[in-house]
Design a protein around this ligand. Structure first.
Ligand code: PA5
Length: 355
């Protein structure tokens, strides 16, 4: 906890795979992802499907949640994210299935990919390589490739924007040019404000990490920001090696806010972080205020964060970027390498030993 977040050398020392650098280069990654997204060409037979499914796990699934959240109020086509081995019964020839796996070797995603092909779905692979790229090539499935070299969660610029590129190439949805431009501008500004060279005294990302230290983190979202709350949760887990969960408003108004009495020292161990937006439904905004009063009444530490920008896309991007910075600074406070994922590797190796 005494770790000095203004000591860049000490941070780099804990970060041999340069996760902080990946976060700092996020705006660049997004720009490159858009260039690749605009170049995507897919068979016209993939257009006009009734349903879109994104298959993926962890860092390769969250882009699907973001896509579904952004498009929910924009398109007629429902988007479902499948995290697991089994496809819903309704997946058939009238479904566009996008199999997203950074490594291309994630068994749940590969199982779903094979099953989608058996069902005659229109399948696209989104990956840096691995078995998924090989199988796709063998079976004549279109592959959208992007560069690897880091951790899957650090490639979210690719794994989300390229999903937008796929739906754009097939005419399901097109993000307005102004939203792209606004997001790029906001990301550049935030990148400067949250970066490692800005001292903790003036750097909100470092300050939030300090507040999050040694607490169970509950990240709360609503509407398009629920997917971002989930992203914060997973980044706290994987980068910071810290316990975290996420929840959603208005649903949390119907249960979570009652669970405030036990454990009796809850306030000493928890931090609630709400991700709020001026674009939320007016009643949702009102609910945030009342919810905050309830938390206050129970003396539960609560950080209320308001998204920057007008367009929901910009708001999502800005808060993703903030969460990524906070999670990496928190890793340093925890004395941890933000890239290390020993428990995931152990689990994958154990599964591989018993196919
Ligand atoms: O962030 C991570 O490393 C994980 O959550 C992975 O994304 C997850 O295990 C799936 O692997 P992949 O992204 O290679 O399909």
């Amino acid at each position: 906890m005494n770790f000095d977040l203004d000591n860049e050398l000490a941070m780099r020392h804990l970060d041999p795979q340069d996760m902080l650098g990946w976060v700092e280069r996020f705006p660049e990654q997004v720009a490159d992802a858009w260039a690749r997204a605009d170049a995507i060409r897919l068979p016209t037979s993939y257009q006009g499907k009734r349903h879109i499914v994104v298959l993926g796990m962890g860092g390769s699934a969250i882009g699907g949640d973001l896509l579904a959240a952004l498009l929910e109020t924009e398109t007629q086509v429902p988007i479902t994210v499948v995290r697991g081995y089994r496809l819903p019964a309704w997946v058939n020839a009238d479904t566009l299935v996008i199999a997203s796996s950074y490594s291309g070797n994630t068994e749940e995603t590969l199982t779903g990919f094979e099953e989608a092909l058996r069902r005659g779905a229109a399948v696209v692979a989104l990956t840096t390589g691995g078995t998924l790229a090989r199988l796709a090539e063998e079976k004549g499935v279109p592959v959208v490739m992007f560069p690897g070299g880091g951790q899957p969660r650090a490639a979210i610029g690719y794994s989300w924007i390229l999903l937008l590129g796929i739906v754009q190439a097939l005419d399901y949805y097109r993000l307005p040019g102004e939203a792209r431009a606004e997001a790029a501008h906001v990301l550049d500004e935030l990148n400067t404000a949250y970066g490692p060279r800005v001292p903790e005294s003036a750097n909100p990302a470092k300050q939030y990490a300090r507040r999050a230290y040694n607490r169970v983190l509950f990240v709360l979202g609503a509407e398009h920001l629920t997917a971002v709350a989930r992203r914060w949760k997973t980044q706290f887990n994987e980068n910071s090696k810290q316990w975290a969960a996420y929840d959603e408003l208005p649903e949390l108004n119907h249960n979570t806010i009652v669970g405030t009495r036990a454990p009796t020292d809850l306030a000493d161990h928890i931090l609630l972080i709400s991700l709020e937006s001026p674009s939320h439904h007016a009643r949702v905004q009102r609910r945030w205020d009342i919810t905050a009063t309830i938390f206050q009444r129970h003396k539960l530490p609560h950080l209320r964060l308001r998204a920057a920008g007008e367009h929901p896309f910009t708001q999502m991007m800005g808060l993703i970027h903030l969460g990524d910075f906070v999670s990496v600074y928190l890793a340093f406070l925890n004395g941890r390498d933000p890239s290390e994922i020993d428990n995931i590797n152990y689990l994958k190796n154990e599964l591989a030993r018993h196919p």
